[in-house]
Design a protein around this ligand. Structure first.
Ligand code: URA
Length: 263
């Protein structure tokens, strides 16, 4: 056995260009180079859907890298911000009416885009990124990452009304999927939904006769942060990004199975 785990002798296809895979994985915070080498040696890392050998080189700009079938954002320059959106700010890049936008609350460079949207009057967590692949997965119609809202209502819902929220409500664009609904205090509920229809929470609450007075998104899948103040943003940590990638692949049902390049 060689003492150099990246020794390529007899280890299959060698890609001369690009950076070593373990170096790229270590750079984005997966672990030390040795940890990353072990992941590769265990056959848990794929490049463009094919299990990678030790010594594999990748182009971090174009190659799709995944660990255990979950995509890892390795492209240099990718940013992922978690913003606590205040009320009165619109979730668009440009507003023809000149209202303040969420883009004005985060760094202008590199240019980022919101993932999904919150109504102007809704507060709480919003993801902004220039990671098109992740945005695509999170906004795909089958996207089912949980979104949790705290809704302050006009009046307090009865148990039967909460049950209606849980079991599904007939809205003009169809029946809502099963949701979780809990009464936190009189007139305050926590509603967890998997869909992302326009003004969905407000319309569901209207339908049970308790219009929303204040709406705050408190969680997006694994992402929550009670210390982030309205108007503040921060970058996702590496483990948060991994958890989000995992949640997106699990919920969309598109998690790819690795193909072996050779037996
Ligand atoms: N549901 C709503 O009604 N509004 C939002 O902003 C988000 C979810």
């Amino acid at each position: 056995m060689t003492s150099d785990p990246t020794n390529l002798t007899g280890s299959g296809t060698v890609f001369d260009d690009g950076e070593r895979l373990q170096k790229v994985l270590a750079r984005v915070g997966i672990g030390s180079r040795r940890v990353c080498e072990n992941l590769i040696a265990e056959g848990r890392v794929t490049v463009n859907g094919t299990v990678a050998d030790l010594g594999r080189r990748v182009d971090a700009d174009t190659d799709e890298v995944a660990i255990d079938g979950v995509a890892v954002g390795v492209k240099p320059g990718l940013v992922h911000y978690l913003l606590n959106k205040p009320a009165g700010v619109v979730t668009t890049a440009d507003d023809p009416q000149g209202r303040p936008t969420v883009i004005g609350l985060v760094p202008l460079e590199p240019r980022v885009f919101p993932v999904g949207r919150l109504d102007m009057d809704t507060e709480g967590l919003l993801l902004l990124t220039n990671d098109g692949a992740l945005t695509h997965r999170l906004t795909h119609p089958s996207y089912g990452v949980e979104k949790e809202y705290i809704a302050h209502l006009d009046g307090s819902p009865t148990r039967a009304e909460l049950r209606r929220l849980r079991e599904g409500i007939e809205l003009e664009d169809g029946l809502t999927a099963p949701a979780e609904a809990a009464l936190l205090a009189p007139g305050v509920i926590r509603l967890t939904i998997h869909e992302g229809r326009n003004r969905q929470v407000r319309r569901m609450c209207d339908a049970i006769g308790h219009p929303v007075i204040r709406l705050v998104r408190s969680r997006i899948g694994p992402l929550a942060d009670r210390r982030l103040k309205p108007g503040e943003w921060r970058s996702l940590t590496t483990s948060e990004l991994r958890a989000l990638e995992t949640a997106a692949s699990e919920s969309s049902g598109t998690r790819p199975g690795p193909k072996r390049s050779r037996p």
